[in-house]
Write a protein of this length. Structure first.
Length: 700
């Protein structure tokens, strides 16, 4: 049955098409026409006094003075409700226009359409009356209205962000979008192109909490309004007229920015709960105390000032304002309407505690970005790494011995090729809560193979699989004496080996691991490789299988576990531990017998603005890489999850101690007259090794 159009329906559609736009401020229209959903079936009118700071940015959206509006601020500010949903309602009711909304992903676009817009439309009578009655005109990603205007709800894709023209384009959560959309450029540039046909009436909106790292760690601000150099929303903010929110002090009437520098009163309190409850705002002029209950009133009385403007006690604004075709706004977390100062401070302090205990910056970065509304400066960039600074804190310890605080030791091995072929071995001791000690560092250069005159030949890991057996006899079965404790030593808990290198190394690494598995050592020996793909997971266990690609030299049939490392993130973690200044959780101890070459290796790599670690030339970086491997190795054993002092058996010092080592040392130092194979048959303390017979640690 074909549904026939009615005269009433035709009159409603035509009236919407020919009706002149309503000349009303965007914020006033949203206050009058939009209701905000509050759970199932409930809604309230949008109240401009709850988040008063969004009123001015909203009104700029209808100004022909600007081509774009940029709003940078923390989460829970009401910016999405006012700037995105409110602008959509304005374009439906007051100024029917084609509009494009870009969410960060297709899933988020669907969620925004169904959970936010659909509910807002149905509980706002003026909007509901303008929805097209035709079923095909309303689906998740496309909405058509009686006046003929069209709303597209999409995601960052060149197919969506090209070809079509829209009078209005909104990009939400901009800093979580790709910096380059399908190789065609950034999202803001592509979005702005969609509005150029409409000339001065076209408008592009960008809103987001900061999510990109600071690029220049040596940057010094030239004004109180300039944002640090970064990509994303704050980069667009710097291109605009740079508006910051100001509050009048209730004590002295001087105006100031309610930013992170003004929130105080909590740093000297150790308990994060008590500290967060003690937080207050301090006026920078009179040092008067401003409490949290004053925030709403101060937001209502607050004013946005452009760069170059000043405001006196009477609220009079003077000065030459910065001019731009972009109206840009940036506010920080203390002014956010939906977040208390106690919540803000508590999240910061607990994130800092997590960083101190784990060295991981992920939570701290999220808090700084989304709660405080500031770009993040990586801790690795706060310090210019100097080898001599690290060397100056080296401690006296007997050479190649295990210090008293070590609970277990791990060995990490790098395979070096070329003219200087060798295994580079570094032994790291771990104590409680991430504290660690460099126990030993040495090279294995000579093989057990003999030349024509009986001399020992140099090792060649790429060509001789048997050379890898030295990692068993000279690393895994080796015992390190305890510092200051006679006749006692410690054996290695686990060993990680880099499986990459010149052609042939990977193949021999796989063969070596298979021999370890055959000898019952498969759980103590791990193969590592840098991950070529960026993933959220720090370490990914894979089983390479290239049986269908016989041309590959490294033969893998899916039986060898290979662990892929997110090396950049792991290097951030290790670098953070290097710069802890006092012994405790995460601190790295260095023995004074290591030369300056070791510290040069620790500090040779540099962190680039995009987060990658790279060597500026061809200098050595083995010490840093091997510390990173050690970090990955203990993470795989769930070291981060240990609740000290209640440690599992594998992390206890007594588990790895060996007694009566003096005789073994004498034998090792004596000239070798018998074939090396006799050492290979020795299985010292292997039977009572927990890693040889169980799945302790939870990662296998």
């Amino acid at each position: 049955m074909i549904k026939q159009a009615t005269a009433k329906g035709i009159r409603q559609d035509i009236s919407g098409i020919i009706r002149a736009p309503k000349r009303i401020a965007v914020a006033d229209a949203v206050k009058e026409y939009m209701r905000v959903p509050m759970g199932a079936g409930n809604s309230v009118p949008w109240d401009p006094n709850i988040a008063a700071y969004v009123v001015e940015p909203m009104n700029c959206l209808a100004s022909r003075e600007y081509d774009a509006v940029v709003f940078a601020g923390p989460a829970r500010t009401g910016k999405t409700i006012g700037l995105i949903d409110g602008w959509i309602v304005y374009n439906i009711v007051c100024d029917p226009s084609d509009m494009l909304l870009i969410q960060i992903t297709e899933e988020k676009a669907r969620e925004h359409s169904k959970k936010r817009l659909d509910r807002t439309f149905r509980c706002s009578p003026e909007v509901l009356a303008r929805l097209s009655p035709r079923r095909n005109d309303n689906n998740v990603h496309d909405r058509t209205f009686r006046a003929g205007n069209y709303l597209k709800i999409g995601w960052p894709s060149i197919n969506i962000m090209s070809s079509s023209d829209y009078k209005c384009v909104a990009l939400t959560d901009y800093d979580r979008m790709p910096e380059n959309i399908d190789g065609e450029g950034d999202a803001f540039t592509l979005a702005s192109k969609r509005t150029t046909t409409f000339m001065s009436s076209g408008m592009t909106l960008v809103e987001s909490s900061p999510g990109r790292d600071v690029i220049d760690t040596k940057w010094l601000s030239t004004s109180a309004h300039e944002a640090p150099p970064t990509t994303g929303t704050l980069s667009l903010y710097n291109r605009g007229d740079r508006r910051r929110i100001y509050w009048p002090c209730p004590h002295c009437r001087e105006w100031f920015q309610p930013n992170s520098d003004s929130l105080t009163g909590y740093r000297d309190i150790k308990d994060p709960v008590k500290a967060s409850e003690a937080a207050y705002m301090e006026c920078p002029s009179c040092h008067g105390k401003i409490t949290a209950d004053m925030k709403r009133d101060l937001n209502i009385r607050g004013k946005w000032l452009r760069e170059g403007q000043r405001i006196n006690k009477d609220g009079n604004i003077t000065g030459e304002a910065r001019r731009s075709r972009i109206a840009s706004f940036w506010m920080e977390g203390p002014a956010a309407a939906y977040q208390t100062w106690a919540q803000l401070v508590y999240r910061l302090l607990t994130a800092e505690q997590e960083y101190e205990s784990t060295g991981s910056e992920e939570t701290l970065k999220a808090v700084i970005n989304t709660d405080w509304g500031r770009p993040y400066l990586p801790r690795a960039s706060l310090e210019q790494r100097k080898g001599e600074v690290l060397q100056a804190r080296a401690e006296h310890v007997q050479k190649r011995t295990v210090p008293a605080g070590v609970q277990f030791i791990v060995a990490t091995v790098d395979v070096q090729g070329g003219k200087n072929r060798r295994f580079v071995v570094q032994v790291t001791g771990y104590g409680a809560q991430g504290e660690r000690w460099i126990v030993d560092r040495y090279n294995i250069r000579q093989s057990i193979r003999s030349g024509p005159n009986g001399e020992s030949l140099p090792i060649h890991p790429a060509s001789y699989p048997e050379d890898w057996d030295l990692l068993i006899s000279d690393v895994l079965e080796k015992v390190w004496p305890l510092d200051g404790v006679p006749d006692q030593g410690m054996r290695v808990m686990s060993m990680a080996v880099d499986s990459g290198g010149e052609d042939g190394v990977t193949d021999n690494a796989y063969k070596f691991w298979r021999r370890c598995r055959r000898d019952g050592l498969g759980k103590r020996v791990l193969l590592f490789k840098g991950d070529s793909h960026s993933r959220s997971k720090l370490i990914t266990r894979t089983y390479p299988d290239n049986t269908d690609r016989s041309t590959r030299r490294a033969k893998a049939s899916g039986d060898v576990p290979l662990f892929l490392l997110q090396t950049n993130t792991l290097k951030d973690r290790v670098n953070n531990t290097l710069w802890r200044e006092t012994p405790g959780p995460g601190y790295v101890h260095f023995p004074d017998w290591l030369g300056s070459w070791f510290y040069d290796e620790l500090t040779y790599e540099e962190r680039l603005p995009d987060g990658r670690w790279e060597s500026p030339g061809h200098g050595p970086n083995e010490a840093f890489d091997l510390l990173v491997y050690a970090e990955a190795l203990v993470i795989l054993h769930d070291y981060d999850k240990i609740k000290w002092p209640d440690a599992p058996e594998w992390a206890l010092r007594d588990t790895w101690l060996v007694y009566g080592i003096e005789e073994q040392r004498k034998q090792a130092m004596a000239p070798v007259e018998k074939p090396r194979v006799t050492r290979k048959k020795k299985k010292v303390a292997r039977s009572d090794n927990p890693w040889g017979t169980s799945n302790s640690g939870g990662w296998v």
